[in-house]
Design a protein around this ligand. Structure first.
Ligand code: ATP
Ligand code: MG
Length: 773
């Protein structure tokens, strides 16, 4: 143990060795917060604290697994096995299962994912005959979610005229009723959504003092990573559980608080000292992760925020290369730049694929990156987005399995009752839903009693329903004695799912079957892993519990060598030698939806700080001058965040770059003239005047290093050029494209070129205004 502690610096050792009582570590990115938390757990165990009495809450299950592994390496795996570690959701789902009966839930309750929740809300909106253009299901779900995370139950909602008024003002006076129906339907289906896992835990701890005492005694030491992103509901759980022993250790960085949109409350970290008595505060200042350029550039960004705690972050690491900024014409070109840069770096420096990460603001941006990586044969993995478990064919299998465990699960039932087709049509399903609501029973119970209830169904339909019930029942019997793999294999065959998919011989159809095979492989692995755990047998229930909470990030096998693609939100806490932050454009990052208030803009800026501080060695910022958004090509300006970085840390790869910088203060009159006095104030970094007035003037010498000019100053005629298939070319009018074929010779030589915008065009090279780039 001593050895591990001695590897830490003095400031890190203090919080590791902290005696009992509340403590907080506030420190910037890469300063070793997570590492200190990990070593502290091992240290507590070395002092004789029972693993059983320690609870560690992390941001992802992956982080928890990694932490557990490190601790196992220090204290041994038998000791570490009993540690409770995981996300709030996974830890409290486990506790809720153990205590479910107290809240009137079955212990095998289903966890609805966002898809299930939104579908159910849309069904409710339809049943209430509301306009779905006003009551947009996703928006309504967001609203309900924020109520739950603020612990506003349906009852509390109806007791609060202000909330009702706010909804009425936004032309949605019936949100309360939808909320009520949604909660009732979830309860009837024996289902909790993600927010319920926290809300119900609060309910459990509030209503049952004996339960609270039990878990207070159990979790004598509680440690929370990324505390700055806890929401009110999570905050209250931590407070309640730590109230007795007050051995609470939280670590976080207010500058990395990026989940306000989901209800995270930065005040939880800012007020920690007030919430607990005798808090000891520790600060770490040395960054071990990133080069000096990156650390200092990140400091210069976060400096622009008004709301922050004063912190120092410095590093003893090398300067490292400057942050590289690249402009491209289109998002397609941006993707190609990223892919070719990865390719070159890999080749020149013999790097692994997993040295690289591509981070973006929105999931939609991954497509252009994926296309480019695929063309270069660079393996990649997309994290988040539509997770493996949300793909249609996988979700179909999982819904059957959910029904086996909890036949009341209405979302699962509606999804598979007629898939593969078994002639139970929509009208029948509607009748079943109405009857279920009427009798206040689950749909499955109505189906079990179909002979006794008069739903005016014909004998054939009734038989189909009975067959379905019998099939699910037979699965339940098997499930008592068989493991998850057997069940999934059996279910996919018996329900006719696999046969159905086999009918589709297209590549997509084959891919779907492969995905199901992948699911089965995953189950095999899972069962193997469960053998290590005491009392586990690899049952379906164990597997489904794992899956319900898995995000794609958690699903990372970790050892495979791929470029990582993910949103910045998901990248929190991670690190990579090379990081590309793409789509650095106004309205995209900062997002158009987050620029109306200072606090929103500050959150975007913190997000940028998080993104940049993921990089160890080299960061790239890229942007495109136009990109497809919502199906339309639109022009974009570089992000103000590029301007906000102190220019000494940047290197522009595209020379004209400085001409396009974000300059909100410049006034241009209709003749294109520029008020030069304003110009001087407006550009703190570059002295180059804007392009529109410099085209006919000599360009001032750019202070930046140039790698490769965008186009050669004088083009030869395209016919004389040594053009070959695969060349990337720039056309005066059509922009960027790739040569796909060549034909003819001399004056007749033609090229087929696939342009980023406008598709394939055949050009007579004699006339074509082309440059190879
Ligand atoms: P973030 O705010 O991004 O979550 P963090 O503060 O949690 O960052 P860590 O991830 O714990 O920082 O540490 C950053 C990197 O620095 C890790 O690779 C870690 O192993 C390394 N590191 C931390 N402390 C030391 C140390 N004393 N000596 C050497 N390396 C260290
Ligand atoms: Mg960390």
């Amino acid at each position: 143990m001593q050895h591990h502690i001695s590897q830490l610096n003095e400031a890190q050792q203090q919080p590791v060795l902290h005696k009992d009582g509340p403590m907080i570590i506030i420190a910037g990115a890469g300063s070793g917060k997570t590492r200190v938390l990990t070593i502290r757990i091992a240290y507590l165990m070395s002092l004789g604290v029972d693993a059983f009495n320690i609870l560690a809450l992390t941001f992802t299950n992956k982080a928890a697994r990694e932490m557990k592994k490190r601790i196992s390496d220090i204290v041994g795996s038998t000791e570490a096995k009993n540690l409770w570690m995981g996300t709030f959701h996974s830890v409290f789902a486990r506790i809720l299962r153990a205590e479910a009966d107290k809240l009137g839930y079955p212990s095998n309750f289903t966890i609805y994912d966002t898809q299930d929740s939104v579908r159910l809300i849309s069904a409710i909106i339809k049943e209430m005959q509301l306009d779905k253009d006003i009551y947009k299901p996703k928006q309504v779900f967001g609203r309900i979610s924020s109520y739950k995370n603020s612990l506003i139950t349906v009852k509390a909602y109806f007791n609060d005229p202000e909330l009702q008024e706010a909804d009425a003002m936004s032309k949605k006076p019936r949100i309360g009723e939808i909320y009520q129906n949604y909660v009732d339907r979830c309860f009837k289906a024996g289902a909790m959504d993600f927010d319920d896992l926290l809300l119900k835990t609060n309910e459990l701890l509030n209503r049952f003092p004996d339960v609270l005492l039990k878990y207070q005694n159990r979790f004598k030491y509680i440690l929370v990573d990324e505390y700055q992103d806890t929401n009110h509901s999570q905050y209250l759980i931590v407070r309640a559980l730590s109230d007795r022993f007050q051995n609470i250790c939280v670590v976080g960085d207010d500058a990395q608080s990026i989940y306000a949109f989901r209800g995270a409350n930065i005040n939880n970290i800012l007020n920690f000292q007030k919430d607990y008595e005798g808090v000891k505060t520790y600060r770490l200042e040395q960054n071990y992760r990133s080069s000096k350029n990156i650390v200092e550039a990140a400091n210069s960004i976060i400096d622009k925020n008004k709301v922050k705690l004063d912190k120092i972050v410095w590093t003893a690491n090398d300067d490292g290369p400057p942050i590289k900024v690249h402009r491209s014409m289109t998002d397609g070109e941006e993707g190609r730049f990223v892919a070719s840069t990865i390719f070159e770096n890999k080749m020149q420096k013999q790097l692994m694929n997993n040295s690289f990460a591509i981070l973006y603001r929105t999931n939609a941006q991954s497509r252009a990156m994926e296309d480019a990586l695929r063309k270069r044969d660079i393996p990649y993995r997309i994290y988040g987005g539509l997770s493996f478990y949300q793909r249609k064919e996988i979700k179909d299998v999982l819904c059957y399995l959910r029904l086996v465990l909890n036949p009341k699960d209405e979302e699962a039932l509606v999804r598979v009752i007629n898939y593969p087709a078994r002639a139970i049509g929509n009208t029948t399903i509607e009748k079943l839903t109405i009857a279920a609501n009427h009798y206040k029973r689950s749909m499955f119970e109505v189906m079990q009693n179909i002979e006794k209830i008069d739903l005016k169904l014909n004998a054939g339909t009734k038989n189909k329903i009975t067959d379905f019930v019998t099939m699910i029942r037979s699965f339940q019997v098997l499930n008592e004695t068989h493991d998850a793999f057997f069940m999934a294999d059996h279910v996919t065959k018996k329900t006719g799912l696999v046969q159905e998919l086999k009918k589709d011989a297209t590549p997509e159809g084959i891919a779907r079957i492969e995905n199901i095979e992948e699911l089965l492989n995953g189950m095999k692995d899972f069962i193997e892993g469960q053998k290590e755990i005491d009392g586990a047998r690899g049952s379906l229930a164990e597997f489904m519990e794992d899956v319900a909470l898995a995000t794609d990030l958690d699903n990372d096998p970790g050892d495979d060598d791929r470029v990582a693609l993910m949103t910045i939100h998901l990248a929190k806490g991670l690190e990579f030698p090379y990081v590309f932050i793409v789509g650095m454009e106004e309205d995209l990052f900062p997002s158009a939806m987050s620029m109306s208030t200072r606090s929103e803009l500050e959150e975007e800026r913190r997000l940028f700080y998080v993104a940049l501080t993921r990089a160890e060695h080299q960061a790239y910022l890229t942007y495109a001058q136009s990109r497809y958004r919502w199906g339309k090509l639109s022009d974009s300006e570089p992000s103000r965040f590029i301007d906000e970085i102190d220019g000494q840390y940047l290197e522009y790869l595209t020379p004209e770059e400085s001409n396009y910088r974000y300059r909100p203060m410049i006034d241009i009159d209709i003749f294109g003239d520029v008020d030069k006095s304003k110009l001087r104030q407006a550009k703190p970094i570059s002295s180059a005047p804007p392009k529109y007035i410099t085209d006919n003037q000599p360009k001032p010498e750019s202070p930046i290093r140039r790698l490769k000019p965008l186009s050669s100053p004088k083009s030869p005629s395209a016919a004389e050029m040594d053009l070959s298939v695969g060349n990337i070319v720039m056309h005066e009018r059509f922009g960027k494209g790739e040569v796909v074929s060549l034909e003819g010779a001399g004056a007749d030589k033609k090229a087929e070129i696939r342009f980023d915008v406008g598709g394939i065009k055949k050009l007579l090279l004699r006339f074509a205004k082309l440059d190879i780039i």
